[in-house]
Design a protein around this ligand. Sequence first.
Ligand SMILES: C[S@@+](CC[C@H](N)C(=O)[O-])C[C@H]1O[C@@H](n2cnc3c(N)ncnc32)[C@H](O)[C@@H]1O
Length: 247
Amino acid sequence: MTFPFHGTASLSAALFADTTLRPTLATLLTAASRAEAEMEVYYSRLIVASSSSTPSPLALFPYAASCRSLVRLELALLAALGAAPLSAVAFLGSSALPLSALLLAQSLPSSGHVLNVDNDATALAQGERLALALGIACLAGPSRLAFLRADAAQLGATLLGGQDAVWLAAPVGPMAGDKMDVVRSVVDGMRVGAWLVVRSAVGLRRVVCAEVEVEAVVRACEGKVRLAVEAHPSNEVINSVLVFQRI
Ligand SMILES: C[S@@+](CC[C@H](N)C(=O)[O-])C[C@H]1O[C@@H](n2cnc3c(N)ncnc32)[C@H](O)[C@@H]1O
């Protein structure tokens, strides 16, 4: 499944500048986020059910390839920035199909650790079932993945202070104000030097995925982060990637 266009700059600018369309765009964004969550539950159950009989069960998920490309891009950006090898990362908004977190776990050294956080208990439990079902096949051991039910805005330094990098999934705190509350709280909990990877979107992709504005993040965090790099893929990867460093 591909979504290969940003749309022309003038079309997307006109669409998002039209105040009469704002309620419709907000409704579409909420619907897209809910649809993505439902789709993840469906495919997560299918993958668990197929895990013992299918050689590559994760490939059943239609977004598996684009998610792999996105995580590869994020890790390449961090490497290009000179980030020390990551050994502890947190993924906020891991969902019923924590594919990004599984891919991150596979990229870490064997002592590495991924903390999955989601505020939806059902989604989190399904995500853990999936990781356990695949654990023997594709991970060194399920203990490399921890699962925590919590709101991303409530984690604090105890949970975030030891992380080398923290990922914020695109639909976490989708409305601008909510998202900035989450970002501010997450950054407050991170140690100086750690990386914050925020998934965003540009152009017409903003219809289905919330945009995060760099200036809004820097402002909300009151100078505790600096933008290190931003990337806006124009291939099948829908998300843009913003990498900040805690200062
Ligand atoms: C659709 S998923 C996206 C992540 C995707 N599975 C991946 O691997 O990239 C978004 C998840 O974020 C969770 N979420 C939304 N707001 C949150 C918050 N404030 N704190 C924690 N989780 C949140 C939702 O419950 C949902 O499961």
